[in-house]
Write a protein that binds this ligand. Structure first.
Ligand code: ATP
Length: 302
């Protein structure tokens, strides 16, 4: 039985529908990703699962519990990451952990969490004096202090530099190794590809695709991507008029053509007929970025 089951979730804010119709299920032990452009409804959907917001329609079951009816019970089993502004800057690491321990019936020993999450020696440090990475580790430790079976991380790495982001990925994997199922909201394609067993891509409040990272990529796999720098200025119309070509975009002097079937032959032939040489020609396979663009029409975050 799935640990989390969401069916036809709907949530409106006044006259704006943030989540139209979202369904997915999360199996025990998974890192399940929710990916989508800004404003797609990702945070609203997970907040309905956590019981932080009341849904307007659909069904949610978290370990058999309904967030609308069984909130107190649910809070015992779901660890929610701390938002940046939630702790007073002068609160010490041990004070935060001890305070959070009092919220739960069966907390783990926070002294163990301090060791596990690399905060030894920082117990007496004020939250505001921790580095970004240390604050992130404390945020994870606080999510785990109630000994949850599920942890929800929403944009955990957004504010971090690429190095700290990669360090945090190791921590998220470590959370899973401790038998905690992870629901991960992210903007980052690389993060989703690296960490998630399955990903739901949400756009405009709907799930537009749900699959493993490689399953998502294979949906656009028959697409081919050709990049080159034309030897002379050229009109995009030459390429967009080809039936094999689905899009032509430019970045500085580079032309990127996406198409299907015999698109490589078609493009090279039309360039040759017009005496255009394709310099620095590269052919690429589809990636999760391309899948995201093809499925949502939006550019992924870098
Ligand atoms: N409290 C609120 N009141 C009114 N509208 C809201 C509220 N919270 C979110 N929205 C709107 O609902 C839509 C979905 O927002 P949500 O934060 O769930 O999206 P998201 O996919 O998490 O976006 P982001 O990636 O930018 O965080 C957006 O149009 C947003 O402006």
């Amino acid at each position: 039985m799935p640990l989390i089951e969401v069916s036809n979730l709907r949530k409106e804010y006044r006259n704006h529908v943030a989540v139209q119709d979202v369904s997915f299920s999360v199996e025990e032990g998974e890192i399940f990703g929710i990916l989508g452009p800004n404003g797609a409804g990702k945070t609203t959907a997970v907040e309905c699962i956590e019981g932080m917001r009341k849904r307007d329609g659909g069904e949610i079951s978290v370990m058999g519990l309904d967030p609308l009816k069984d909130l107190a019970e649910l809070r015992e089993s779901i660890g929610i990451q701390l938002q940046q502004s939630e702790l007073p800057p002068k609160m010490k690491v041990w004070e935060a952990l001890e305070l959070y321990s009092t919220f739960y019936r069966d907390p783990v020993d926070w002294r163990e969490l301090i060791k596990d999450w690399g905060l030894s020696g920082k117990a007496d440090t004020a939250y505001g004096s921790l580095s970004g990475g240390q604050q992130q580790r404390l945020s994870i430790a606080l999510a785990l202090v109630g000994n949850p079976r599920i942890a929800v991380f929403d944009e955990l790495t957004t504010a971090l530099d690429p190095h700290a982001r990669r360090e945090t990925w190791k921590l998220i994997e470590k959370v899973r190794e401790q038998d905690v199922t992870v629901l991960l909201v992210t903007h980052f394609m690389e993060e989703a590809e690296r960490l998630c067993d399955r990903i739901a891509i949400i756009e405009s409040g709907r799930v537009v695709a749900l699959d493993t990272p490689s399953g998502l990529v294979s949906r656009v796999d028959e697409q081919q991507i050709i990049r080159f720098k034309p030897s002379v200025p050229m009109d995009d119309e030459l390429l967009t008029s080809l039936p094999e070509v689905s899009s032509v975009t430019r970045s500085k002097s580079q032309v990127t053509v996406v198409g299907k079937g015999n698109v490589v032959y078609a493009v090279i032939s039309v360039l040759a007929r017009n005496q255009i040489v394709a310099n620095e020609l590269r052919l690429e396979q589809a990636s999760l970025d391309d899948a995201f663009v093809a499925l949502t029409g939006s550019k992924p975050a870098n």
